[in-house]
Design a protein around this ligand. Sequence first.
Ligand code: PLP
Length: 409
Amino acid sequence: MVRINENYDKLSGGYLFSEITRKTRGFQQANPKIKVMKLGVGNTTEPLTKTVINGLHNGVSRLGFGDTYTGYGDEQGNERLRTEIANQYRKEGVEVNPHEVFVSDGAKPDSANIQSIFSLDASVAVQDPAYTVYVDTNVIAGRAGEFNKEVGLYDRLIYMPCTEENGFFPDLPMAIPGLIYLNSPNNPTGSVATKEQLKTFVDFAREYKAAIIFDAAYSAYISNPDLPRSIYEIHGARECAIEINSFSKDNGFTGVRLGWTIVPTDLIVEDTEFGKINKLWNRRQSTFFNGASNIVQAGGLAALTEQGQRESQEMVEFYMGNAKIIKDGLESLGLTVFGGVNAPYLWLRTPNRMGSWDFFDKLLNETHVVGTPGIGFGPSGREYFRLSAFGHREDIEEAVDSIKNNLKL
Ligand code: PLP
């Protein structure tokens, strides 16, 4: 006899985006002639760059010849790619060794799986609101306790509210956590941590031998040179932080799948020696993962060439152009909008502070635009709404025009 992992039953509600899809489908069935416009999901829309396409083609071609064919590769990723990723950090003034780089099939799986190398009784601190994966994976692992429906919180998680008052970057947690998840540029608020803000967390984590899981999936969207793209720009972060990143958002690899995680050999937590956590993640990946696709890694290598970087920068600038159109459009209506600068997400305060699902319905019904209710990312998002800059330009313009012309304020 076998029982299920009952922690799955503790997950609160459906996955946010399934709920949005369900509601949107319901609207479309009731109004088949109306075109629904999507500003909701963080999914990329623009084609891969020429350089990446060439890289992928080369990856495929190599598989067609006996002397260049490769089967299973290193679980940690192609050594050239790991070296190139480390070189990219070096260009930003950050020292990362290639054997600290673990190539993967994306930042989501890594941010979901990383908790598995830490003890099951570790207390976990999350930003509120946050990318849902950090909470849900710790619920499944059994670290979150029970969900309290009244307040919308798990009783064993430490929530770090991100509010207008603190500029959507949290104060240090009230209790001492074992794991601290930080995400900058932030999904959903679009806020970006300063060096000083990250330093307070790095100092705190070192003092209490906690580990920071730093999700930098949107780092390429930071254009302000004073803002840190990597947590390792902060002195001491190598001792306390794991950093996760992705080719998804700056190279359009959302469907192609490629990311990486840095586990520094200097990282130590309670009762471990230097290098142990790096070895553990290596063990975990070697056991559960057989490496990212060799074709995709060839595409990743191409993305990291100088030409690839130029083209990826153009893609980022394109989406940031969308962000500006959305921000300007909403602000022209007198709405209060955060984010959308150095980040592809906009965080809108709902008009008259209405509930975020109510605003979802209002926006859909009046303007036919789909966005994402802030409450789906945590209770501090209850009066906020996320809009995404990922979309074709004409679709973004059409959606913004519809909001400007039809939203009743
Ligand atoms: N991390 C954050 C904060 C995200 O918002 C997303 C995607 O929306 C991801 C990770 C997923 O990245 P990937 O496509 O590399 O799995």
